[in-house]
Design a binder for this molecule. Structure first.
Ligand code: SF4
Length: 316
């Protein structure tokens, strides 16, 4: 079967090439630091790099997060809860959302302090483990204050900003997609794996929006969003002209519509295919635990946020 450039392969594959999954976070990690990518996707996995001598420690460290990521995780989780409740007729106020977020933050700080003290409590769903608290590189109260401030501003903007009214209103509808899987396959056994924060039909358009929890000028996420547009056009059969993509910056109270053309969608697909070529070349090194093939970025500002710093500093 001949597939054109926008096609997504929905036939059972008989190709022999290894199935490789592409996700925005996976490729983002590789571009940030190849060694971190190895630790994250091979070294810390039970079934890969089986003879990595740091396996046990990497499996523990992979749970470490940092204050920016934890703020983002809590905000996404609280917003998803808002929509779940709103769909049942119980939309939470900004105060209630913030207080729920703060309780999650407190649980995360306490859990991280306990782990630092060697107290390993069993949780069915463990709170986030904060690197800054676990290693004591920042004062516990300062970590709390910094994240709490971010939660309050972001959730306040989510609840009250007129910029996000259409997202709040349409996200409450029964048929809206909240934290929906965006999974499809491109030719050559390429699996695209993402999560859409919010999507819905509104007017004669299909809207996809991504909650951004960092500063607007620090995020380069167009490829991620274009991969969602590809999903909507082929998987849901929506015309390219009808797909609207937005980035909702909660901290900065800013909404950006991503303008894109046929050409940009084609370019996005080419970028993904090129990314996958690199992932495929590295795959066997990762499976074999050959971490030396993955260079260290050694950029202090990246390393400071890396969960694997402890193992990395001791390795070649
Ligand atoms: S500590 Fe730095 S160099 Fe090492 S894996 Fe992490 S980001 Fe990469």
């Amino acid at each position: 079967m001949q597939l054109d450039f926008f096609d997504i392969d929905t036939t059972p594959t008989v190709m022999e090439v290894t199935k490789i999954s592409w996700s925005p976070s996976k490729i983002g990690t590789l571009k940030q630091c190849p060694r971190k990518f190895y630790y994250q996707y091979y070294g810390s996995k039970q079934s890969k790099a089986k003879f990595d001598e740091n396996k046990e420690r990497l499996r523990y460290l992979v749970a470490l997060s940092n204050k920016s990521l934890v703020a983002g995780e809590i905000i996404h989780s609280v917003i998803a809860t808002y929509f779940r409740k709103a769909k049942k007729g119980d939309p939470w106020t900004a105060d209630r959302l913030t207080s729920f977020a703060i309780s999650m933050l407190r649980a995360s700080i306490q859990y991280s302090k306990d782990e630092r003290a060697g107290i390993h409590n069993i949780h069915q769903y463990p709170p986030a483990l904060l690197k800054e608290v676990f290693y004591g590189t920042m004062n516990d109260q300062e970590v709390f204050d910094e994240i709490a401030e971010r939660l309050k501003i972001s959730l306040g903007n989510f609840s009250d900003s007129e910029l996000f009214t259409h997202l709040r209103q349409n996200g409450k509808r029964e048929d809206s997609i909240i934290e929906g899987k965006c999974v499809y396959t491109l030719p050559d056994n390429i699996k695209i794996d993402g999560v859409i924060d919010i999507a819905f039909d509104y007017g004669d358009k299909f809207w996809i929006a991504d909650w951004k929890t960092g500063k607007a000028d620090q995020e380069e996420t167009s490829l991620q969003l274009l991969s969602y547009a590809l999903w909507a056009t082929k998987q849901k059969g929506i015309s390219k002209e009808a797909v609207v993509i937005e980035k909702a910056y909660l901290l900065d109270n800013k909404l950006e519509t991503l303008e894109y053309s046929d050409e940009q969608l084609v370019r996005a697909k080419v970028r993904i295919i090129q990314d996958v070529d690199i992932l495929r070349e590295l795959h066997d090194f990762g499976i074999d635990g050959n971490f030396g093939a993955f260079t260290k970025c050694q950029q202090q500002r990246v390393c400071d946020l890396c969960p694997f710093q402890e193992v990395c500093e001791k390795s070649k």
